[in-house]
Design a binder for this molecule. Structure first.
Ligand code: CUA
Length: 397
């Protein structure tokens, strides 16, 4: 009876585990439900290797069962020794060649994908080379910083990208080794200190908010080093970039409490945290804090959590975080004001809600790259003009 109870307990535990693990199969988090080309490629490799392993397993089991049945000791054959096959050339060749063949089936696509998944050269289509969106990613204990190259946009913790095109990331760390991983979109890539930069691309086939993780043990809050990828349609992304580059950090918030908070923030927090495109990244950039999905990457977004975070500097909410050494002491009223101010920071009409509203706005994003091109073309034009001028000059001479 006791044995039966423990069996029930074991089955119960397994069922609970299955229920918990089934929660991992979400399309915003699971590598088994890819939403981007990179993750799809990786899943196809997983399926290929499982298929090869299953083939080996089935063949071995069939031979095993066959041999046990066929060559088992029969009555009256107690002293019979069957024919011995050691040194058989046929068998030796067979079990050398077949594994080599299987390893080749695994190795060729694996090596191919190893290179293509981090190939950051521009995509070329019939219209020519595509303009590349490059984002400089910095990993720090325990948060992420994003700078959009050539776009004058800086943000932290939530990475906005357009759907339907590759976005290129150049990653490095300012302290220890981290690993950047958005399971539904791409594989992991190490984020190294000491000047080494790694590059990778990510893409999202459809809009959504995808969860990102740090995948390299980096300290006590490693498992809390989460971030989000907010994939919006290209037109919405374009709007977001335009709004984000026009932030006026000095603009006074509408609410009086938030306005008071702005002052408290300026006097106590600005040495580490920036609002707008300032390069200061000692602490996370707060430009669009009001649109964040989470506080500190993991906590539910509400005022109580935010106040507790500011008051305790996240000491217990994210153990080991570097803010704990910040020297400030705010009154309850000031805490409330700063929280109100931070939650009022919403410079763009594009927020994570746009990633979930199924509204798709087209754009080839050419407006975002126009500055460079315009500069070049206007430069060319002025060169042409000056050539014409000099021709005219020489004509008149
Ligand atoms: Cu950063 Cu783990």
């Amino acid at each position: 009876m006791k044995g039966l109870t423990s069996k029930f307990k074991a089955v119960g535990a397994l069922m609970t585990l299955a229920l918990i693990l089934s929660g991992c199969g979400e399309e915003f988090l699971s590598a088994l439900r890819p939403q981007g080309q990179g993750a799809s490629d990786i899943l196809s490799l997983m399926i290929l290797s499982i298929a090869v392993m299953m083939f080996v397993f089935v063949v071995v089991m069939v031979i095993y069962v066959f041999v046990i049945l066929k060559f088992r000791q029969k009555k009256g054959q107690e002293d019979f020794i069957p024919e011995q096959v050691e040194g058989s050339h046929t068998l030796e060749t067979l079990w050398t060649v077949v594994p080599i063949f299987l390893i080749l089936i695994l190795a060729v696509p694996t090596v191919q994908y190893t290179f293509s998944l981090v190939d950051t050269s521009p995509q070329v289509s019939a219209e020519g080379e595509e303009d590349q969106i490059w984002i400089n990613v910095t990993g720090k204990q325990y948060w992420w910083h994003f700078e959009y190259d050539g776009m004058d946009v800086t943000t932290s913790q939530e990475l906005y990208i357009p759907t339907d095109r590759r976005v290129f990331l150049s990653l490095h760390s300012e302290d220890v080794i981290h690993s950047f991983w958005v399971p539904t979109l791409q594989g992991k890539i190490d984020v190294n200190p000491t000047g080494n930069r790694n590059e990778i691309w990510i893409d999202a086939e459809k809009e959504g908010v995808y969860w990102g993780k740090c995948a390299e043990f980096c300290g006590p809050s490693h498992s809390l080093m989460d971030f989000k990828v907010v994939a919006v349609s290209p037109g919405e992304f374009e709007q977001w970039v335009k709004d984000m580059r026009n932030i006026d950090p000095e603009a006074t918030p509408e609410s009086e409490v938030a306005a008071a908070g702005q002052e408290v923030f300026a006097n106590n927090c600005m040495s580490c945290h920036a609002n707008g495109t300032s390069p200061n990244k000692i602490g996370p950039n707060v430009s669009n804090f009001g649109d964040r999905e989470r506080i500190a990457g993991v906590l539910e977004y509400n005022k109580e959590n935010l106040i507790e975070w500011i008051e305790t500097k996240g000491k217990d909410m994210k153990p080991g975080n570097l803010m704990t050494s910040a020297a400030y002491d705010l009154s309850d009223e000031e805490l409330e004001q700063v929280a109100e101010y931070l939650m009022s920071l919403s410079p763009s009409e594009i927020t994570p809600e746009n990633a979930n509203d199924n509204e798709y706005i087209e754009s080839d994003l050419s407006d975002l790259f126009v500055d460079e091109e315009k500069d070049e073309s206007s430069q060319e034009k002025s060169e042409e003009e000056s050539e014409e001028d000099s021709e005219e000059d020489s004509d008149s001479n």
